[in-house]
Design a binder for this molecule. Sequence first.
Ligand code: ATP
Length: 198
Amino acid sequence: MKRLGVTGGIGSGKTTVCRILEELGAQAFYADDEAKRLLAEDPSVREGVVRLFGPESYLPGGAPNRRFLARRAFADQALLDQLNALIHPRVLDRFEEAAQQAARARVSLMVKEAALVFEAGAERQLDAVVVVDAPAAARIERVCKRDGVSREEVTARMARQADPSALRRRADIVLENDGDLERLRRKVERLYRDMTSS
Ligand code: ATP
């Protein structure tokens, strides 16, 4: 069983690619969802977050105070780095467990979707990394439509991310999501065949 990383900038189509791969028989692990789960549920993560950001990090009912955390982390790169250092190694561990379990269950392909792959050192756990990319105008339009947010908001989020050309240079495979969904599906079917044929 091969392990495939899927990454790319906001609105590039990472999740869509992973959903198609799942339909084809792959098992997918969504790193950002796992990070959110750890933030909400893991006692040692909670303890570390409170140490870094203070008691306001969690709401009275116990759920993470996302708005507060996002504001603090975006304003202070050192804090963001420390938060990532707290959560990322645990996400890597969870992926490792999931991938080993999938291999025992004879899953055809294990896919990890993550906004950060190279930064977190996660490529060491993967056989190949696909970078999904699309023209900036298409990404902006798709995210505005999906999230109901303004162009300015999407552009600001894009500006905080890695430059797509830097991502593309580190990719094993670049998947251009520059056509319609049908075209993307055909490309993903080819990718699935390539990844599961050897
Ligand atoms: P994020 O980084 O924000 O999680 P993402 O990279 O996972 O984004 P998706 O959520 O897969 O991106 O795609 C963004 C939106 O664009 C979704 O609503 C998806 O349905 C749509 N989309 C993706 N690819 C295409 C395409 N080729 N044609 C039209 N719409 C598309």
